[in-house]
Design a protein around this ligand. Structure first.
Ligand SMILES: [Zn+2]
Length: 373
């Protein structure tokens, strides 16, 4: 009997992350509403028929709900959604409040009291209508700030899924950013990296599929048939697919340090090896390659500046002082604006730094020439 139970437990444990791949795949479907949208039903049934979970980012009070109410699903649709939640095929995540901009976005740079009120009201509504306890927050347009993180922690959220460019100030929140948004490249990405300890988080919207002329949003559209194909392939190949709450309970590190390491991924050429993946913090080899890349990059940049200064016939001592002064000012200004080294900041340093130095040199040269006259 005990052996039987043991085997059963082993089987149940295996079921959560079925298969032998190291890579994990999470599907995140944004802008889900509690409306009568047949497309949503079709999408969910594809995940259901392949027993692959999907985390849906539900807008609590959808502004496009016309006529109101916010929940206009048919009884049948609601029953199906409930069934899938029950079967752990669907995980409900909260997608903001009503998906409108209160400043730059729905939450970024919005006062704490307002953020708190919106998130709390939205969570209460979804929790009660869907009979769940939401623990993952997905901010609209992937935009949030450190206040959002504080509010989430206070309201009992465990994780946030935005993109790779957000802030990471909370130590209690798990960061699970989207790393890809195309259906057509999943098979290729997964098969090349199935034995690597990485996570692929695919963000999908209805405009991934619809021929609605919204070409601005996405470079390449897919069909539901393609998605079905991909899910079937993942299933057949025993690839670990999970929801955000399953990611958190897997014990894997989704802390702030890993997020910050990953937020620099798009900066380095070397890191393109890891494009589309959320790599672990302890990627020592990758980190040293990245450092070497940037050290080399700045060495070459400074060398070029030196040559320019030399060609402009500026005295060596003045050259050093000038380059040093420009570098320090740009770094300080960038820190002042961005707060830390992000991909944007590095481009600011590289781009503006060079331009600025060039302008200064020209200015000094013209002064010199004036003085000579
Ligand atoms: Zn959205």
């Amino acid at each position: 009997m005990r052996i039987f139970l043991f085997i059963l437990l082993l089987f149940a444990g295996n079921n959560l992350f079925a298969g032998d791949s190291k890579i994990k795949v999470v599907f995140r479907y944004d802008d889900f509403t509690l409306q009568n949208v047949p497309f949503q039903d079709s999408l969910l049934s594809i995940f259901d028929s392949n027993s692959i979970p999907v985390s849906i980012a539900v807008i609590p009070y959808d502004k496009t709900a016309d006529p109101k109410p916010y929940n206009s699903m048919t009884q049948q649709q609601m029953a199906y959604l409930q069934e899938l939640i029950h079967k752990n095929i669907v995980e409900v995540a909260q997608h903001g409040f009503n998906h409108t901009k209160n400043s730059k976005s729905e939450f970024k740079d919005v006062k704490e009291e307002k953020q708190y009120a919106l998130i709390e009201k939205g969570k209460k509504y979804l929790d009660s209508v869907l009979n769940v306890n939401i623990t993952t927050f997905i901010p609209p347009w992937n935009q949030y700030d450190s206040t959002t993180l504080e509010v989430l922690a206070k309201l009992g959220f465990k994780g946030i899924s935005a993109d790779l460019y957000g802030v990471a100030t909370s130590n209690t929140i798990h960061y699970m950013p989207c790393t890809d948004k195309y259906v057509h490249d999943i098979k290729d990405l997964v098969s090349k990296n199935r034995d690597r300890d990485v996570t692929l988080i695919v963000m999908l919207h209805d405009f991934n599929f619809k021929g609605d002329g919204n070409e601005y949003y996405i470079k390449r559209k897919s069909t539901l048939i393609e998605l079905k194909e991909v899910l079937k392939w993942l299933k057949e190949n025993n690839i670990q697919c999970c929801t955000f709450s399953q990611l958190i309970s897997s014990g894997e590190d989704f802390g702030k340090e890993r997020y910050l390491v990953n937020s620099k991924l798009f900066d380095g050429v070397i890191s393109h090896r890891f494009f589309n993946f959320y790599v672990p913090v302890d990627y020592e080899k990758y980190k040293s390659w990245d450092k070497a890349f940037w050290a080399g990059y700045y060495f070459v940049a400074l060398l070029l500046l030196w040559v320019v200064a030399k060609l402009m016939k500026i005295k060596p001592q003045r050259r050093i002082a000038l380059i040093f002064w420009i570098s320090c000012t740009v770094v300080l200004a960038a820190f002042f604006i961005y707060g830390r080294f992000t991909h944007k900041l590095l481009f600011v340093i590289n781009g503006f730094g060079v331009l600025w130095l060039f302008a200064s040199l020209l200015l000094m040269k013209s002064k010199k020439m004036e003085a000579a006259h």
